[in-house]
Design a protein around this ligand. Sequence first.
Ligand SMILES: [Zn+2]
Length: 295
Amino acid sequence: MIKKYKFTLEKGSEKFICPKCKMKRFVKYINQDNGDYLGDSIGRCDRETNCGYHFKPNQLINCEIINIEATIKTTISSYHTDSELEILYNSNEENNFLLFLESLFDYNKIERIKKIFKISTSSFFHGSTVFWQIDEKNLIHAGKLIYYSKTTGRRYKTFENTSPVSWIHKINKIKDFNLNQCLFGLHQLQNINNLTQIIGIVESEKTAVILTIMYPDYYWMATGGKQNFKESMLKPIKDYQIVAYPDKGEFKDWVKKAKSLNQLGYKIEVNDWLETIDYDTGTDLADVILELKND
Ligand SMILES: [Zn+2]
């Protein structure tokens, strides 16, 4: 006897927005008895390699659909679309961070790093910088907005009484965006075909960018915060040689974390160069390197 499935993927229909990658490539399951959809998140994304979302009807057994919808909302990370990135990447507005870099480096080097990291510009604060967190499968996890001074290259801590650090999903008011951060620069993993390649980890996006200009032999990635030097963020680069450069004052904490990660099979060395020289706590590598460069 031929088994007849009661639920099938809808054939020949217009595609819907995928709950995971937000592309209009989603096919929903229908109930063959009445032609109804099983739910907005129950179906398959046809971007098999780049997304892979597939929620099968048999996963519904013993579950209330409503619970599953709620679970999906909280556990599946949201992503930005390529076009959201392109709009800000192709902005003609001036970018304070890139202007600052232009005062220090050749224009072609700035163009190169702009492309590598897809450094973008937002008009939310005039000339503010967007650092996209793109993973090794080119999924765009987040767009972090930071506002720099074009003369000093330092970030504004406050601007017109608000904090000028934000996220593109907040600025664009994307509903139910489930932020799941990845390392800034992680997408470079696609270019690394040798496990002995050294990946340099720093805290700030700005440092990762500047070090990429000055030390292009390493691939530089940033955690985006000292608390983000952790297993969930570093997992994709577990098999590589990692050298971590904590900001001044974070050395002991990162050594402790590196030790426990190394017990899980990571190969992390924590560099103490910044610790041994006389700078204030909180100083980051980029500040020191730029200062030495100017001497
Ligand atoms: Zn998808």
